[in-house]
Design a protein around this ligand. Structure first.
Ligand SMILES: Cc1cc2nc3c(=O)[nH]c(=O)nc-3n(C[C@H](O)[C@H](O)[C@H](O)COP(=O)(O)OP(=O)(O)OC[C@H]3O[C@@H](n4cnc5c(N)ncnc54)[C@H](O)[C@@H]3O)c2cc1C
Length: 382
């Protein structure tokens, strides 16, 4: 009997599953990849793209050849609803699709609840493709010699890297810019060693990026800070962390209080055995796990093995992250900060390693391997 296996989301966590299917066909299955867009962006290279070191095609992976090689039907649509008891998925096209096995990795959405009043000035970092298009349009509208006010809301690794990347390109293109990073102090590179925070603060200061330790609220023309100050901004990049997709809350699938899918170490839903999940959409019930690309990517092969095991009634594997995770934070001038537990370093050499790792990752998922893939529509380098 043919069973239908659906992957929802074509991002970091599912790339390894597609590669697994391409390498070893999954017998007696009909495979689908349902995802918002044909190209998926490797987020680790986004700050480098912003800084002008990469073309869009360097970080975008074309899912069509990968899905074809995996024998999966590519459906470009958003998941809009889920009925886990009936094993049905609702798509934005209006279609209702039955599944025998479902894997959810649609990532998180940028939390813009406090920033929405900014209207067109607000650039949420997700979806990444939309962000890239809107940022290019924003730069295109600026005139040389003008002083541009840019604020980045969110002091996680993404916010810090984007602030430094934006500074590098805006200074090069327009000469002057007023760039600010707004974050609650507790959220500034939380989870990284004190020395990493110190290095990042020194780099932000050296590049004249003002850091405001405050909560930000979007108002007409800029940000109102919790310390009472007003920060004018032509553009606010929201890197404010992930919130779960809204359709999950209505689904009846077991989720944590914040609304992320509750899974065990085997990435299986704790309430519905036919559903697996990985990446930013999950909450591990057995341990705390950062939402990061590193874990989404490293969980991928375990997810691939467990989808096979679930079909065959075999024992599931567990994704157990290493004790320390390596992060390389791009600082916008072909330099990077290394953060690996308590080990901290910085320099051009760290950028060279990051560039090599990142390009290698994207190349691995270009199909046929090493092929450049199709050029995404509307690609714009800087
Ligand atoms: C600027 C930036 C820089 C980052 N840098 C790093 C880094 O250096 N290191 C690191 O470890 N982490 C980094 N991260 C975090 C990392 O990007 C995420 O943790 C990772 O992408 C999560 O992988 P995922 O597979 O869960 O989701 P994603 O990779 O976001 O993939 C989600 C996929 O689902 C699709 N999708 C979304 N909604 C739907 C829907 N409703 N229906 C169908 N498809 C949908 C999307 O189009 C996409 O293909 C960064 C994040 C940002 C924003």
């Amino acid at each position: 009997m043919t069973r239908r296996v659906i992957l929802a989301g074509g991002g970091h966590a599912h790339l390894a599953v597609l590669a697994d299917w391409a390498a070893r066909p999954l017998a007696d299955t009909e495979r689908w990849l349902v995802t918002s867009s044909r190209h998926t962006a490797y987020s680790g290279m986004l700050p480098g793209w912003l800084a002008g070191h990469y073309q869009a095609s360097d970080l975008l992976i074309d899912l069509a050849p990968l899905a074809e090689q995996a024998g999966a039907k590519l459906v470009i649509a958003d998941v809009a609803g889920l009925d886990p008891a009936r094993q049905m998925l609702n798509l934005s096209s209006g279609e209702e699709v039955r599944f025998d096995l479902l894997s959810l990795a649609t990532g998180g959405e940028t939390d813009i609840a406090r920033l929405a009043a900014l209207g067109d000035r607000l650039l949420p970092v997700r979806p990444v493709g939309t962000f890239m298009e809107r940022w290019s349009n924003f730069l295109g509208r600026q005139t040389p010699g003008s002083t541009i006010g840019i604020a980045i809301a969110g002091g996680g690794a993404a916010g810090v890297e984007l602030a430094l990347g934006a500074e590098a390109v805006v200074r090069r293109l327009f000469g002057t810019a007023s760039i600010s990073l707004v974050t609650p102090e507790a959220g500034f590179l939380s989870g990284h060693a004190r020395q990493v925070r110190k290095l990042a603060l020194a780099e932000l200061a050296r590049r004249n990026i003002a850091v405001h330790f405050a909560h930000a609220e979007g108002v007409d023309g800029g940000l109102r800070l919790s310390n009472g100050n007003f920060l004018p901004a032509d553009c606010v990049i929201a890197a404010t962390g992930s919130r779960p997709p809204r359709w999950l809350a209505r689904s009846g699938l077991a989720c944590n209080a914040a609304g992320f899918v509750s899974v065990g170490a085997d990435l299986q839903s704790i309430s519905h055995g036919a559903i697996f999940a990985a990446g930013d959409i999950i909450d591990r019930v057995d341990r705390r796990l950062e939402r990061s690309g590193v874990h989404a990517v490293k969980a991928g092969p375990v997810l691939a093995a467990n989808l096979r095991a679930a079909l065959n009634g075999a024992v599931l594997r567990q994704y157990q992250p290493r004790r320390r995770t390596l992060y390389l934070l791009a600082t916008g001038e072909r330099r990077a900060i290394v953060s690996w537990g308590g080990l901290v370093a910085a320099g051009h050499w760290a950028w060279v390693i990051k560039d090599w790792i990142d390009r290698g990752f994207v190349k691995r998922y270009r199909w046929p391997q090493g092929h450049g893939g199709s050029r995404p529509k509307g690609e714009q380098g800087q």
